[in-house]
Write a protein that binds this ligand. Sequence first.
Ligand code: ZN
Length: 149
Amino acid sequence: MSNPFQRCSICSAPPEVLAAVNEALRKREKFRDLAERTGFSRASLHRHSKRCVPRDTLAQYKARTAVIPSGRTIVAWPARPDQPAHYTLLFSEYVLHESDLLDSDTIFRVSYAPDFSVEVAAARRTRFSDKLLDEALAENEARTPQTDS
Ligand SMILES: [Zn+2]
């Protein structure tokens, strides 16, 4: 009997390899051909397809359809700082589609702050911020090894 805690060699492979194997399994490629193509044993491919793939599929489904009474926490990440309209919805590590969103979900939309402006910072200076800045610079100097002698 195999050790149930033994890590699956396919699940332990780099993510792009795992994704390619799972895609081939979804397309019902024969174990023999897939073993030939990937170097994984037929036994490993069989075990992975029976144990890991259903588990992952179910986890994806659960994440997409989970109804949590207090609602799910979804993070909307902009695809690029200059394209705030395009974003990726993440619940835990799962990517959701807009159609997966529920009324009970809470969505945190990430946006990037404008670039730091020296002029704005200078206009907002106070004795307190100057003191913090001096402390930060002193700490920075203490941490940075002196290379010149
Ligand atoms: Zn696996």
